[in-house]
Design a protein around this ligand. Structure first.
Ligand SMILES: Cc1cc2nc3c(=O)[nH]c(=O)nc-3n(C[C@H](O)[C@H](O)[C@H](O)COP(=O)(O)O)c2cc1C
Length: 210
């Protein structure tokens, strides 16, 4: 037996509560942008995906309860740039704290005492402590009615901590770090870390007939 939840009739609040408990685990983009006064804004977004061809990240950015745009959205569209970080377990509390609203013009980076360094291709600085930082340029946006706007950013350059990089295979290796995932929000917000990693070779299940 299944419980049915009708998204076509659901209020946005209920749809959020249910969807965020179903589509799990979600990676979290920890996004730095520059505000109009050049203050560094930092906020997490788990409606997030990365694609390789072309190399881009997509964020779904909602609105504040009063309908006004979030700083991250406004900064990306106005300044055209962002740095998208991946946080690991030691940064969990700081990442979570940046999900709280603070007045525009105030910097989450300064407030939390996080350290930043200059980026190479964009004006937005990157967090030193994040194991992954992707320098990005605004590509396009797709408004989804009154709710979220899909924001796409081209990835120009990634900084990857040596500690998680395997030079032999030339990519990051998941068992060398502790990426954070977002789970549902009931009695939470809840986060997860990686459990057991299963490596499968060529499938042994029956394949297509040739
Ligand atoms: C782990 C986490 C994931 C989040 N994911 C999203 C998201 O995908 N979309 C969104 O609009 N807000 C998301 N939020 C809420 C924003 O981070 C929050 O509204 C933040 O204050 C926005 O900051 P800004 O106004 O500086 O951009 C998330 C919050 C947390 C803690």
């Amino acid at each position: 037996m299944s419980v049915l939840f009708n998204f076509e009739k659901a209020a946005p609040r209920d749809a959020y509560r249910v969807l965020s408990s179903l589509v799990i685990p979600r990676p979290i983009a920890w996004v730095a942008t520059l505000g109009p006064e050049k203050t560094v804004n930092l906020a997490p977004f788990s409606s997030f995906m990365g694609t390789a061809n072309p190399p881009l990240v997509t964020l779904a950015i909602g609105r504040r309860p009063d309908g006004s745009p979030k700083d991250t959205y406004r900064n990306i569209v106005e300044q055209g740039e962002a740095v998208v970080h991946m946080a690991d377990a030691p940064l969990l509390e700081a990442m979570h704290a940046t999900g709280e609203e603070i007045p525009p013009g105030e910097s989450e980076v300064e407030r939390l005492g996080l350290k930043v360094v200059k980026s190479k291709k964009v004006k937005v600085p990157r967090l030193i402590e994040a194991p992954v930082a992707m320098e990005c340029r605004f590509r396009e946006e797709h408004p989804m009615g009154k709710g979220s706007t899909f924001v796409m950013l081209d990835i120009l350059l990634a900084h990857v901590s040596e500690a998680i990089w395997d030079e032999e295979v030339r990519c990051a290796v998941s068992d060398r770090w502790s990426p954070i995932a977002r789970l549902g929000s009931v009695a939470g917000p809840n986060y997860g870390l990686l459990g057991k990693v299963l490596s499968l070779g060529k499938s042994k299940l029956p394949g297509p007939k040739d």
